[in-house]
Design a protein around this ligand. Structure first.
Ligand code: TYM
Length: 328
C-alpha cells in the first residue's frame, strides 16, 4: 500500500483533459492505496480570483471529485487551505529552491509570457506544489503530462533537503497514464486542452450539457484526408479524438481504429459525441445529488482532519531537522 497525493486547481471548470489525464486515475488508485486528493485553492490565487467565484469553484471541484467516483470513506478529500502546513512548508522549500530552476519551468514561462506584471506567487508555485506532495511522504503522484516538470523539481527539492538535513522526506514518483496524459484542444491538435482557453469551443467541461458536447465535437477541427487513423505526428486532431473515444468508452485506440476503418469523420464524430455524453451522464447526475445534499462540507471537514494529522507530523520533523527551536 502506497501513499498517493494529487490536486486540481479550482480555476474555471474542469475539462475532459483533467478527467482523462488525472481524475480517472485518482479513482483507480483509491482501492489499493492510501490516497489524499485536494482542491488546490492556494495555487489558484497565483492569478487573481474573484472571491465569490473562488468559493463557488472550490465547492464545485470538490463535488466533482465525489461525482467522478472518489469515495470519502477511502480517499481523504480536502481543501489545501484547510491544512495550514502546506503554506508553511511551501515557504521553507521556497528558501531552498534556486531562481534558475524556477525560471526554467515551462508553466511559468507560458503563464508569464508577454505580461508586464507577473505575480511572485506564479514564480514560486512549484515549491508550494512540492510541499503539497512531500508533506504526505507521497510515493505516487497521479498527474497529466504537463506536471512532469514540476514533479522533477519536487524530487530535486526532496533530495536536496535530505542531503542537507538528513533523511526526512520521501522522493515521489509521477504516475502518468500511457494513454490520455495530454488531451489536446478541439480547435488545435498541437495545444493542450485547457480550461483557461478563451475559446470555449476548444474544451469540453465535465458539466457541459449533451447539446453543448455534440456541438463542440461536431465543430472540432479535423485534419485533411478522411481516414480514421491514429497518427499523432501527421494527424494530431483525429488522433486526439480517437484517444478521447477510447478513454470514454473503455476501448483501446486500436479497437477504435478497427471499428471505424473505412468510415468518414462525420460518422465517427457523431458516435464520439454520444460516447462522451454517456460517459459524463452518471457523473453529472451524481454531481447534482452531491451539490443539493450539502454533504460536501462534512466530506471536506473529515478529509482535512485526516490530512492535518499526517501533514503536521511531517512539518514537525522538517522543522526539527532544519534547526527550528521547538515550541515548548
Ligand atoms: P491543473 O489544475 O492544471 O490540472 C489538474 C490535473 O489535470 C491534468 N491535466 C491534463 N491531463 C491531460 N490532458 C490535459 N489537457 C490536461 N489538462 C490538465 C494535469 O496534469 C493535472 O494532473 N499544479 C497542478 C495542481 C497541483 C498538484 C499538486 C498536482 C498543485 N499541487 C500536488 C499534484 C500534486 C495543476 O495546476 O493542475
Amino acid at each position: 500500500r502506497q501513499r498517493v497525493l494529487s490536486g486540481i486547481q479550482p480555476s474555471g471548470k474542469l475539462t475532459l483533459g483533467n478527467y482523462i489525464g488525472a481524475m480517472k486515475n485518482f479513482v483507480a488508485l483509491q482501492d489499493e492505496h492510501e490516497c489524499f486528493y485536494m482542491v488546490v485553492d492556494l495555487h489558484a490565487i497565483t492569478v487573481p480570483q474573484e472571491p465569490a467565484a473562488l468559493r463557488e469553484q472550490s465547492e464545485s471541484v470538490a463535488a466533482l471529485f465525489v461525482a467522478a467516483g472518489l469515495d470519502p470513506a477511502k480517499a481523504a478529500i480536502f481543501m489545501q487551505s484547510h491544512v495550514p502546513a502546506h503554506a508553511e512548508l511551501g515557504w521553507l522549500l521556497t528558501t531552498m529552491a534556486y531562481m534558475g530552476e524556477l525560471e526554467r519551468m515551462t508553466q511559468f514561462k507560458d503563464k508569464s509570457e508577454g505580461k508586464e506584471a507577473v505575480g511572485a506567487g506564479l514564480f514560486v508555485y512549484p515549491s508550494l506544489m512540492a510541499a503539497d506532495i512531500l508533506l504526505y511522504k507521497t510515493n505516487l503522484v497521479p498527474v497529466g503530462d504537463d506536471q512532469k516538470q514540476h514533479l522533477e523539481l519536487t524530487r530535486d527539492l526532496a533530495g536536496r533537503f535530505n542531503y542537507r538535513y538528513g533523511e526526512t522526506l520521501v522522493v515521489p514518483e509521477p504516475f502518468i497514464p500511457k494513454v490520455g496524459a495530454r488531451i489536446m484542444a478541439l480547435d488545435d491538435g498541437t495545444k493542450k486542452m485547457s480550461k483557461s482557453s478563451p475559446n470555449a469551443g476548444s474544451f469540453i467541461t465535465l458539466l457541459d450539457t449533451p447539446d453543448d458536447i455534440r456541438k463542440k465535437i461536431s465543430r472540432a477541427k479535423t485534419d485533411l484526408g478522411r481516414e480514421i487513423q491514429f497518427d499523432p505526428q501527421n494527424k494530431p486532431e483525429v488522433s486526439n479524438l480517437m484517444t478521447i473515444f477510447a478513454q470514454c468508452s473503455g476501448q483501446t485506440v486500436e479497437q477504435v481504429q478497427t471499428a471505424y476503418d473505412g468510415q468518414g469523420y462525420g460518422a465517427f464524430k457523431k458516435d464520439l459525441a454520444e460516447v462522451v455524453v454517456q460517459a459524463l451522464e452518471p457523473l453529472q447526475r451524481k454531481y447534482q445529488e452531491v451539490r443539493s445534499s450539502g454533504e460536501i462540507h462534512r466530506i471536506l471537514k473529515e478529509g482535512a482532519e485526516r490530512a492535518n494529522v499526517v501533514a503536521e507530523e511531517t512539518l514537525r520533523s522538517v522543522k526539527e531537522a532544519m534547526g527550528f527551536l521547538p515550541r515548548a
